[in-house]
Design a protein around this ligand. Structure first.
Ligand code: SF4
Ligand code: SF4
Length: 501
């Protein structure tokens, strides 16, 4: 007799006094949880299929549904939690690697929450951002080490290509294939309206989005999917992806079931074939090799585009960043271990890498100590959740931040962490046409624009409160930060004082 080891983690609670049997929940659930039972004339639910994405709750016109966590429990055991036991059952059944989506749910330290921001009082008065000029525009790229003047006394401006951002926030890499056409359309339109950039990820650039090139970062990853000359010249900057915070040290895998139609054409691989990007770039084994790729890309685009090198935050990140800053790259993007993903092995996502706050602070300090901070700008990402995180990141040394999960939440994502299944009920992480059309790109773009504008207002308010009127003056200004509940070692790495000091 086959035994079912898995009790569903969620329960569908339906208020039958309210339910009008409209069957909307049944039609909208791609996981086929809800079903109308002709015999009883009532809706039923197969809870074993529920991923807790809340789509049914949102569409129910009668507010008859809610999803709760089951109180079915294993015997208390602080060492062998229900989650650990269930995962062992799963692997005993499948013999496979556990897969997960989005950022880790593990309670890793979130240093942003242990850092507090300063405000002016009495002396050094604060600035009212509604009445006085406040600059959140920022430029990413190599800055000159010294000012030069010609014989006529005029400044000689010979600036490397820069990426101009109206707000120091960019949409992080999410490939077409891992997310839908309409999600990409929303990101591209919003980036254009906001005067910022979105990022193709490693899936190439759909031909419909070439008009958004001035607001697009095109990525070159180890699989080289969709990379060709027109693609490289289409974007405002090129990003070499060496690593990703959610899965440092390994490559990517988009299952063949998602490689259909335009996704296969854009990636330039056959329909139905798995898109597997190798763990390393097979032509990069040293900083010298990286330098060759950086300059090949510069050469291919006539030295008009800044080159970003994206790496995962790992133990020796400061030394790695120092090498990248000397490789000719214009921007370093560092992705922390709490960063999101469309799909990653669970064990890697939850156990590899280091938090972005520590990585960022040590990279900024190392580049300053070596006198090469001006060689590169720094973008940091990996669980930036609010405008306060942005302000803290910039004060710790970043020039700008990448956001991805926050952007998907703005599009309607409910963090059910089932992207790898390809059945996203919100039309985001799916290629099923009936699901994709649920996300209206106009509405999506408007919501993204609202989110970033709201953050921009809040950033201005926090900067004004500190008596600072530009991102430039906030960048690396660690005196504006204080730690709470941190060890001396953590404070030293972050380069900040404890609250009260
Ligand atoms: S959507 Fe709501 S009202 Fe309609 S069948 Fe489902 S639970 Fe009932
Ligand atoms: S994008 Fe969709 S599938 Fe992925 S976590 Fe969000 S709601 Fe779930």
């Amino acid at each position: 007799m086959a035994l079912d080891y898995f009790y569903p983690p969620y329960e569908v609670v339906r208020n039958f006094d309210r339910c009008i049997n409209c069957r909307l929940c049944e039609k909208q659930c791609a996981n086929e949880v809800h079903r109308y039972d002709e015999k009883s004339g009532k809706m039923t639910a197969d809870e074993s299929k529920c991923v807790n994405c809340h789509r049914c709750v949102a569409v129910c016109p009668a507010r008859a549904l809610k999803i709760t966590k089951t109180d079915h429990a294993f015997r208390d055991n602080a060492n062998w939690s229900g989650q650990v036991i269930t995962e062992i059952y799963r692997q005993a059944e499948s013999g496979g690697v556990l897969l997960s989506s989005m950022g880790t749910p593990k309670p890793l330290p979130v240093y942003w929450d242990k850092i507090l921001i300063n405000a002016s009082q009495v002396t050094n008065p604060s600035i009212d951002p509604l009445r006085e000029p406040m600059e959140t525009r920022t430029y990413l790229g190599k800055k000159p080490g010294r000012i030069e003047r010609g014989a006529d006394g005029k400044l000689i401006t010979n600036l490397s290509p820069q990426l101009e951002l109206a707000v120091p926030v960019l949409f992080s890499a999410m490939s077409y294939g891992s997310i839908s056409y309409n999600a990409h359309a929303s990101l591209a339109r919003a980036a254009q309206e906001l005067g910022i950039c979105y990022n193709t990820g490693e899936g190439g650039l759909h031909e419909d989005f070439y008009p958004y090139g001035a607001n697009t970062i095109v990525q070159v990853a180890s699989g080289r999917f969709g990379v060709h000359e027109k693609y490289l010249t289409a974007g405002a900057a090129i990003e070499i992806k060496m690593g990703q915070g959610a899965k440092p040290g390994i490559g990517g895998h988009l299952p063949g079931t998602k490689i259909v139609g335009d996704v296969s054409r854009t990636r330039m691989i056959p329909e139905g074939s798995d898109a597997i990007s190798p763990a390393p770039h097979h032509d990069i084994y040293s900083i010298e090799d990286l330098r060759q790729l950086v300059y090949s890309l510069k050469e291919a685009t006539n030295y008009t585009k800044p080159i970003i090198v994206k790496v995962a935050a790992v133990h020796n990140i400061a030394a790695i960043a120092s090498g990248i800053a000397r490789s000719g790259a214009d921007i370093i993007a560092i992705d922390g271990c709490r960063g999101g993903t469309g799909a990653a092995p669970t064990r890697i996502r939850d156990n590899v890498g280091i938090p972005i706050e520590l990585a960022l602070a040590s990279v900024d300090q190392r580049l300053r100590d070596e006198g090469i901070r001006g060689n590169v700008s720094i973008i940091c990402g990996g669980s930036i959740r609010s405008s306060a995180d942005v302000v803290k990141a910039i004060a710790l040394g970043a020039d700008a931040v990448y956001i991805a999960t926050a952007a998907l939440l703005a599009l309607g994502c409910h963090l059910c962490r089932s992207c790898h299944a390809g059945k996203c009920n919100w039309g985001i992480a799916t290629q099923r046409p009936d699901l994709v059309e649920r996300l209206d790109p106009d509405v999506g773009a408007e919501r993204l624009v609202n989110l970033v504008r709201a953050w921009d207002h809040e950033i201005r308010e926090m900067m004004g409160g500190m008596g600072i009127n530009s991102i430039e003056a906030l960048r690396g200004n660690r005196l504006m930060l204080r730690g709470v509940g941190l060890t001396q070692k953590e404070l030293d790495i972050l380069g900040i004082l404890h609250a009260g000091e």
